[in-house]
Design a protein around this ligand. Structure first.
Ligand SMILES: *Cc1c(COP(=O)(O)O)cnc(C)c1O
Length: 361
């Protein structure tokens, strides 16, 4: 049997083992997952209450248009409802856009390192990925080089901002310069999965640029600060002209009834978001202090994770931390680890675990 040749170069995403299984195998009392940038504080109480009430009728298909949630998101951002595209997480949105836009021979441009899904879907569609390395010292994406890399076959520039895994941002001025430089037939997609966590003054307000740039798409998710990664719900703010194409490609019921209702409740609780942002900033400080003390270099993060140079084999360090109950993320750059900012005690625990490993070398 023959599958499409583009798949030959790819391998399937390897999910981690269920946490309970890891815990039992290692004989640990508790496991702390600091690998996927989930919210250590769970989700809004309004969401938990809604889910506990359990009165969402699951025998009917969800509203395929997700109208009420899309209206809520549109009102929240003050944009027209038909500019909101829902996805089963941003992973789904990335797939929808790639499928609708890319054909074999096209190119996409992205930072290196960045979120893996952009390139995965490009490859599946037969498109090529042009990777522009981040600045080694600061970790920031090189938007000027990204603009320069545009050629006649370029369809999409993926701007992950804050960037995963570096945690760094591109400024309003940099994003504006890029948008002004690239032709209007090239989509510039700002993946703002960590938008709420960004506290830097010059973090861009891309919503304000939508009117000027019909080739700009903004993506946000309920998986990260809203604490709903398990429900799979995210969205993009898209140009009106692309609505039809994206809706053709989108599965008719791509977001569930539960996810739609929970997302509305989550959006309505901005107080929860604010408290998580504050806790995250404090958590980043815990890590900065430790890394400074140790003289280990890191990138300044505007997200809910820290990416640092451990100066030793990251896979080995990953395994040593796992033995102590902390699941982190290696494999993104040799010798570097990405660790999610947890609660204060989780951060303390992970820092202590790491310190004891380093001290015992
Ligand atoms: C986590 C993440 C996403 C995907 O989030 P979903 O759970 O699919 O909404 C998208 N982009 C980046 C940069 C991420 O880190």
């Amino acid at each position: 049997m023959q599958t499409k040749p583009a798949l030959d170069a790819l391998s399937a995403y390897k999910p981690g083992k269920p946490l309970e299984e890891v815990r039992r195998e290692l004989g640990l009392e508790k496991i702390y997952k600091l690998a996927s940038n989930e919210n250590p504080f769970g989700t809004s109480k309004a969401v938990t209450k809604l889910l506990k009430a359990g009165d969402i009728d699951l025998s009917y298909y969800p509203d395929g248009a997700g109208r009420i949630l899309r209206e809520a998101i549109a009102a929240f951002h003050d944009v027209p409802t038909n500019q909101i595209l829902l996805g089963s997480g941003l992973d789904d949105v990335i797939q929808i856009i790639s499928r609708a836009v890319l054909t074999p021979g096209d190119t996409i441009i992205e930072a290196a390192p960045t979120f893996s899904q952009y390139s995965l879907h490009a490859t599946i569609e037969g498109a090529e990925t042009i990777r522009i390395p981040v600045d080694e010292a600061t970790g920031t994406s090189d938007l000027a080089a990204m603009a320069n890399a545009v050629n006649a076959r370029t369809k999409i520039i993926w701007l992950c901002n804050p960037n995963n895994p570096t945690g760094t941002i591109s400024s309003q001025a940099e994003v504006l310069t890029l948008l002004e430089a690239v032709p209007k037939n090239v989509l510039v997609i700002s993946d703002e999965a960590y938008f709420e966590y960004a506290t830097s003054e010059d973090y861009p307000d891309t919503l304000a640029l939508l009117d000027r740039f019909p080739n700009l798409i903004i993506m946000r998710t309920f998986s990260k600060i809203y604490g709903l990664a398990g429900l799979r719900i995210g969205y993009a703010i898209i140009p009106e002209a692309l609505q039809d194409a994206f809706n053709i490609v989108r599965l008719p019921f791509n977001t569930s009834s539960i996810a739609q209702s929970a997302a509305i409740a989550a959006l309505n609780d901005q107080h929860f978001v604010d408290t998580c942002v504050q806790a995250n900033s404090a958590g980043l400080q815990q890590w900065y202090e430790f890394l400074n003390q140790r003289g280990l270099s890191y990138y300044k993060s505007d997200a809910n994770f820290i990416f640092f140079n451990a100066e030793r084999d990251a896979t080995e360090l990953f395994n040593q931390l796992l033995q102590k109950g902390y699941i982190v993320r290696a494999g993104l750059k040799p010798n570097w680890l990405r660790i999610t900012i947890g609660s204060k005690s989780e951060n303390q625990g992970c820092i202590q675990a790491l310190a004891s490993i380093l001290d015992n070398e």
